[in-house]
Unconditional design. Sequence first.
Length: 50
Amino acid sequence: MSTLLRTFLKSGLVLAAIVLLPGALIGAPILWWLGHRRKTQPQPTWKACS
């Protein structure tokens, strides 16, 4: 019984890694870009005003 449970848990972890890893690889650069874009947006307005 414990062998079956271990196999089920291992296959579940592999499936979760296959599903989550591409999402993380795609989502992380997008989130970084959004955060970076917000930080750099006010700078040109300050330079334009001064």
